[in-house]
Design a protein around this ligand. Structure first.
Ligand SMILES: [Zn+2]
Length: 432
């Protein structure tokens, strides 16, 4: 993290204190004016979308929000399609909007249509009080979706969308991704592969001084499963001929992880453990049973844990060291560990920092301040991580609010206009 801060301090030294308008070209000033002219209508569009409940499992609601936004992309001259998921996955599907040209960088813009608030949620849909709105998904992330649309609309108004190559993927299941992920995210990954830069519009997070930040890294989310076997025998024989038993061996392994593996941005958390003579565990229900007696050496143990890391290198190193520890079995025991990865890591690469620099410059030029990177450890997993392995990526370009996922989720209304301006100028510059 310290390293990251140093890198970014160097990046931002180049910004001089020139008045905002002087840093914007004539066309860019028209783009800002076009965003501002739409400010009230943008909030109306947001209100319309928020008033449709679209909890991930309310498929009809997710499709309806998708339909509302699809109309907007159609108006902007994008080719739009709804991508259905196989019925067995029980997810609504995604909205994809595309335009193709030959000019500038090819962009992928990422948003999502669903929210964590299911149909039976007691949280009110939309409640505006002055400069703030509380409601379902106002900042996570229908606000971000509207920012995408309004930024593109401003570009269209000044004729700057022509000849650009832009794909937009709005997932219908970001909050509870459908399984398998290889199908659920196939369209996003395909779009990333034919793009140069991915921009994602999850809400921005403010730093300690109250400034908006950009997300250049998000930790992977994965897990481990540990299964340990011991030799069943009388407890009086423990440490002797019958060995140490499965439970001691499991304790050794987990404690060694804690003693030997802790480093920045890597976490491993055993979340459930069962041990004894016999155990059962249901992965879907995340619950199980254990049977054992105090006078019997334990025969079996099972652990399920979560594992998070910031890069493929960190993952591979952690896996290797965990395997090494697991292999050093106490007498009379054996153990096996396996790993899974659900969200790949988005590492804070030099390419991602470069995208942030462009965003920060666009923001500063419009008089909206510079944007610093958010320490990657501070965010959970998100859709941008499926694009990040293929393209330079930036997340956190969305609305500003507090309490995402909670009944108090709210939105700072003026952040819609501000983020739309930053985004529009940045896209304009990327596509010249
Ligand atoms: Zn979100």
């Amino acid at each position: 993290m310290n390293h990251l801060r140093r890198v970014c301090a160097a990046v931002f030294l180049g910004l001089a204190a020139v008045p905002a308008a002087a840093q914007l070209s004539a066309t860019e000033q028209q783009i800002v004016a076009a965003v501002k002219a739409r400010s009230e209508d943008a909030i109306k569009l947001l209100e319309q979308s928020v008033n449709i409940n679209s909890g991930t499992m309310n498929h009809e609601g997710v499709r309806e929000v998708g339909g509302l936004f699809r109309t907007e992309f159609d108006r902007l001259g994008f080719k739009t399609r709804w991508v259905d998921m196989p019925p067995a996955m029980q997810r609504a599907g995604h909205l994809v909007a595309e335009r193709e040209g030959t000019q500038g960088k090819r962009l992928l813009l990422i948003g999502h249509l669903d929210t964590v608030f299911e149909k039976n949620s007691p949280v009110q849909l939309w409640n505006r009080q002055g400069d703030r709105v509380r409601g379902q998904g106002v900042s996570d992330m229908k606000g971000g979706d509207v920012i995408i649309i309004e930024a593109l609309r401003a570009l269209q108004t000044v004729g700057a969308l022509e000849h650009t190559t832009i794909s937009v993927v709005l997932s219908g299941d970001e909050e509870r991704a459908g399984s398998p992920l290889s199908i659920a995210r196939a369209d996003m990954i395909a779009a990333a592969k034919r793009s140069d830069v991915a921009l994602a519009f999850e809400g921005t997070v403010r730093d300690k001084s109250g400034n908006d930040t950009g997300t250049v890294g998000r930790r992977a989310s994965g897990g481990f499963a540990l299964e340990v076997k011991g030799k069943q025998g009388h407890s009086a024989g423990v440490f002797g001929e019958d060995g140490y038993g499965a439970i001691y061996e499991t304790a050794r392994i987990l404690n060694s992880f804690r003693e030997q593996l802790i480093e920045p941005d890597l976490t491993f958390n055993p979340g459930v453990i069962l041990g004894g003579t016999e155990v059962t565990y249901d992965d879907a229900a995340t619950r199980g049973t254990a049977f054992g007696k105090t006078n019997v050496i334990s025969r079996t143990t099972l652990v399920r844990g979560d594992l998070r890391y910031l890069s493929v290198e960190q993952r591979d190193k952690a896996h290797a060291r965990m395997r090494e520890i697991v292999a050093k079995n106490l007498p009379g025991t054996s153990a096996e560990i396996s790993f899974r990865e659900t969200y790949p890591p988005m590492s804070p690469t030099p390419g991602n920092l470069k995208v942030l620099e462009l965003y920060s410059k666009a923001s500063a030029a419009a008089g909206l301040g510079t944007i610093a990177p958010l320490p990657p450890g501070l965010r959970g997993a998100g859709d941008v991580q499926f694009a990040a392995p293929y393209v330079d990526s930036l997340d956190g370009m969305g609305a500003r609010g507090t309490g995402a996922h909670s009944p108090d989720e709210d939105l700072d209304v003026k952040s819609i206009e501000q983020a739309s301006i930053r985004t529009a100028i940045m896209i304009y510059r990327l596509t010249r």
